[in-house]
Design a protein around this ligand. Structure first.
Ligand SMILES: Cc1ncc(COP(=O)(O)O)c(C=O)c1O
Length: 384
């Protein structure tokens, strides 16, 4: 039996200066942005300490180590064999996607996305000078999944790119190999490029399987992946991600990024990501075990304390997409904040289908989830 990763008391966590701890007034339990409350993985801490002790904080030069470390990680975790030379460091996933959109689109082009989806998906397209086309996920009793017939209909309108979230934030769906294979066929038939944001891949929880899009037949010429250690190893502020290609066509697209792009990657981010991918496996296993326990705990707390809220437990990520529509309010997050002093991400940030929903981050300790759900239960009882 693996031990769970510990989490400090809220009073200690609140001393952190990152976005998670600055958005709300003191006393609010912040469960909004996707940052976790665990301590850094020991190999990551050691690599960062060594760099600081050696004053090794200049510009980043991540290749070839980043590609080698990621290729080793991808082979060990998912059986994905990739060429380390096909891995290009980039500032973060957002920058990687925007640069890819700039290469694959012309002004006025459309880019398809599937809401409810990570809010910046709506912002990256205008940043690249293109329009967004929404193809919502399909929802039924089994949960959310890609709506392949609707995606086919949207591809008939000739979007230049489809931006995929795999596993999908906020609903935590790890798209299946069959679904991805069908998506690749559609992309090939209608000449749409798939940009696959795979930042949550290392956070695939016990019981589910992550399929890297580039590991599938036919993907190399139509798809490119953007990966990062930052979500699973909690390194968002260090600024390092990578674009992965598997064909000459896609490699040429990445080679045409602005020459300065490579200078914008964080050196400490690259050092931390290399350590994470190379030596972080045992810690990651412990994290996944811990998140699995939090997912179970949250299921129990929702059932016992907050029966008006419903969800489909995620297959990946530490994010819970909570359906609060029974509360009869399109913006339940305001009630949660004002009455319970619990900060969550408003569902409407993820698109119109998010009305009446919130996203709650369970990448924290049992005491924090206990406190947050107790406060919510009291607030909802008082308002009912
Ligand atoms: C799906 C998805 N993509 C990208 C990001 C942000 O990544 P980055 O900070 O590397 O731009 C997040 C952050 O939570 C995310 O959930």
């Amino acid at each position: 039996m693996t031990d769970e990763l510990p989490v400090a008391p809220l009073s200690e966590l609140a001393r952190r200066r990152s976005a998670k701890w600055r958005k709300f007034p003191a006393g609010v339990v912040p469960l909004h942005v996707a940052e976790m409350d665990f301590a850094l993985a020991p190999p990551v801490q050691a690599a960062l300490r060594e760099a600081v002790d050696a004053s090794d904080v200049g510009y980043s030069s991540a290749e070839p180590e980043l590609g080698e470390a990621f290729a080793g990680f991808a082979a060990a975790r998912w059986g994905w064999q990739l060429d380390p030379a096909s891995v290009t460091a980039i500032t973060d996933v957002g920058v990687g996607v925007v640069e890819l959109l700039r290469v694959f689109t012309r002004p006025g082009d459309m880019v398809a996305i599937s809401p409810p989806v990570y809010p910046p998906f709506f912002d990256w397209t205008p940043e690249a000078g293109v329009r967004t086309f929404e193809v919502p996920l399909h929802l039924d009793d089994a949960g959310y999944r890609l709506d392949l017939p609707a995606i086919e209909r949207s591809f008939q309108q000739h979007p230049a790119v489809y931006v995929l979230s795999n596993p999908h934030n906020p609903v935590g769906r790890a798209h299946t190999a069959d679904e991805l294979t069908a998506l690749i066929r559609l992309a090939d038939r209608y000449r749409v490029v798939i940009v696959s944001d795979e930042i949550h891949a290392p956070l695939t929880l016990p019981g589910a399987t992550f399929t890297p899009i580039l590991s599938l037949p036919g993907a190399a010429d139509v798809a490119v992946a953007v990966v990062s250690a930052s979500k699973a190893f909690n390194l968002a502020g260090l600024k390092c991600a990578a674009v992965v290609t598997a064909s000459a066509r896609m490699a040429a697209a990445v080679a045409s990024f602005p020459p300065d792009a490579r200078w914008r990657t964080g050196h400490l981010g690259a050092i931390a990501s290399i350590a994470a991918f190379r030596d972080g496996g045992p810690w990651l296993d412990q994290l996944l075990h811990t998140l699995d326990a939090r997912r179970t705990q949250l299921a129990t707390l929702l059932r016992d304390r907050l029966p008006a809220l419903s969800w489909h437990p995620p297959q990946a990520t530490y994010l819970a997409w909570l359906d609060c529509r029974k509360l009869g309010d399109d913006n339940p997050e305001r009630l949660f904040l004002d009455r319970a002093r619990v900060g969550v991400e408003p569902g409407l940030h993820f698109g119109a289908a998010g009305a009446g929903h919130v996203r709650l981050n369970f990448g924290t300790g049992p005491h924090v989830l206990d406190e947050a759900t107790a406060r919510l239960a009291t607030a909802l009882t008082a308002t009912s």
